[in-house]
Design a protein around this ligand. Structure first.
Ligand code: NDP
Length: 444
């Protein structure tokens, strides 16, 4: 049996109850076939694919905390340290009721290749909990974060594993987590990224994922003879990634006409008002109905449906598996030019295939949303230097990193006769570097 098929079969057997992880592994292994086939004897002997699909370690722990009524609550915490061949483990912490080991493994696995693509020395990891920060008081969130870190601190460190934000983990949560780490260890070190500017955070980190997504999209369009100016964009989500994607798209002259949250979505033909969206989501932590109530041009729809809107560029920025085959068909029917993922794995495998087969420029999240983790790595550099760079310096580095990623994945795809297949390009470019580092470091 072919080596890729053999490993895929083993991974499916071992992880049958983790569909998101299997989806991520299948996407990567299917698209790196040409590299694996060209080096089969070496990779087989080194068991590269088996080692890459098995985390270095996975930690699961109880998180007990007391709510505002004095009731003890219990959640489950996770940290999956997937691969540190090219640098310390790096990846965010997701706080969402849907979190279980399979979600953290899929995200940690994706992170290996994404981090490799940034060109910076960071390995892959991810963590989180089934805790839901929604509707909790600041004190309850603090109690949870302190309890979570009281266990996690044993396994992380500035040169070991550096967590960051993700869904449900924003500036407030990072602050509480950092405070507890410092209190327990006595260390003032860059153990987390996404920190506040008063205690070691980097300028432009908050904006980085959304801005980076647009820098890459802009380069993609430019290399296909097109401009962002005047383009109609559909964005899903209304969190950190979505907000700054919308802001940068507008700065580049595009018009963004949609955004969404987990209960509904907005169509705003006048273009999304970012200041209002930030007020509703970042300050009031409210539903999008409040956005619609405050803006005459906006129409609110219950449920999902962003992708039925006619657009040139689609930017899914909410969560995994939110762009399905019927959405892909609607986008193609409406003449979409490009789909660039802001979220992690928002497009299902069949939807991705449909978009690619119908000539849509499709860039997977591990390339197009890598600006967040890249800027986190820049935050680590600033912490090590005990210096802070200006917004312009960080933003310029981010822009350059995203342009480089685009050319890197484009070149890798071409090298293996898959021109224009950026899924293959991203997976191949990310994989080659990690595989080489693993082989150089011997069996471990
Ligand atoms: P946020 O928590 O800030 O925002 C998430 C957004 O997605 C919210 O609008 C949320 O709606 C919506 N959402 C979450 N879960 C669901 C769901 N199950 N169904 C529908 N909508 C949902 O997270 P981020 O913006 O940070 O992250 C968004 C995506 O980007 C994730 O896939 C994340 O892994 C990825 N990412 C994030 C990076 C970062 O730097 N933050 C870096 C790279 C990738 P609601 O408001 O109702 O909860």
């Amino acid at each position: 049996m072919n080596y890729v098929d053999e490993v895929l079969a083993k991974v499916k057997e071992k992880n049958a109850a983790e569909p998101e992880f299997l989806q991520a592994v299948e996407e990567v292994l299917e698209s790196i076939r040409p590299v694996v086939d060209a080096n089969e004897a070496l990779y087989r002997r080194e068991a590269i694919l088996e080692r890459m699909t098995e985390p270095d370690r996975q930690l699961k722990f109880r998180v007990s905390w007391v709510d505002d009524q004095g009731q003890v609550q219990v959640n489950t915490g996770y940290r999956v340290q997937f691969n540190n061949a090219i640098g310390p483990y790096k990846g965010g912490l997701r706080l969402h009721p849907s979190v279980y080991l399979g979600i953290i493994k899929f995200l940690g696995f994706e992170q290996i290749f994404k981090n490799s693509l940034t060109g910076l020395p960071i390995g892959g990891g991810k963590g989180g909990s089934d805790f839901d920060p929604k509707g909790k008081s600041d004190r309850e969130v603090m109690a949870f974060c302190q309890s979570f870190m009281t266990e996690l601190f044993k396994y992380i460190g500035a040169d070991v594993d550096v967590p960051a934000g993700d869904i449900g983990t924003g500036a407030r949560e990072i602050g509480y987590l950092y405070g507890q780490y410092k209190r327990i260890t006595g260390l003032y070190e860059g153990v987390l990224t996404g920190k506040g500017l008063t205690y070691g955070g980097s300028l432009a980190r908050t904006e980085a994922t959304g801005y980076g997504l647009l820098y890459l999209t802009q380069e993609l369009m430019k290399c296909h003879g097109q401009d962002m100016k005047g383009k109609i964009c559909c964005v899903s989500g209304s969190g950190n990634v979505a907000i700054y994607a919308i802001q940068k798209a507008q700065q580049l002259g595009a018009k963004v006409v949609t955004c969404s949250d987990s209960t509904g979505w907005i169509y705003d033909p006048e273009g999304i008002d970012v200041a209002l969206l930030k007020e509703v989501k970042e300050v009031k932590r409210a539903r999008l109905t409040e956005y619609a109530a405050a803006r005459e041009s906006a129409v609110y729809h219950e449920g999902r449906g962003v992708w039925v809107t006619k657009c040139d560029i689609a930017l899914p920025c909410a969560t995994q598996n939110e762009l399905l085959i019927d959405d892909a068909k609607a986008l193609v029917a409406n003449g979409v030019t490009a789909v660039c993922e802001g979220a992690n794995m928002p497009t299902t495998l069949d939807a991705t295939k449909y978009l690619q087969e119908n000539g849509v420029l499709f860039v997977p999240g591990k390339a197009s949303n890598a600006g967040g983790v890249a800027t986190s790595a820049l935050e680590m550099s600033q912490n090590s230097e005990r210096l802070s760079w200006t917004f312009e310096e960080v933003d310029a580095k981010l822009n350059q990193i995203m342009v480089n990623i685009y050319h890197n994945i484009d070149e890798a795809a071409k090298r293996y006769g898959k021109e224009g297949d950026y899924v293959a390009g991203a997976n191949i470019a990310g994989f080659e570097k990690v595989a080489e580092a693993m082989i150089a470091q011997g069996v471990n």
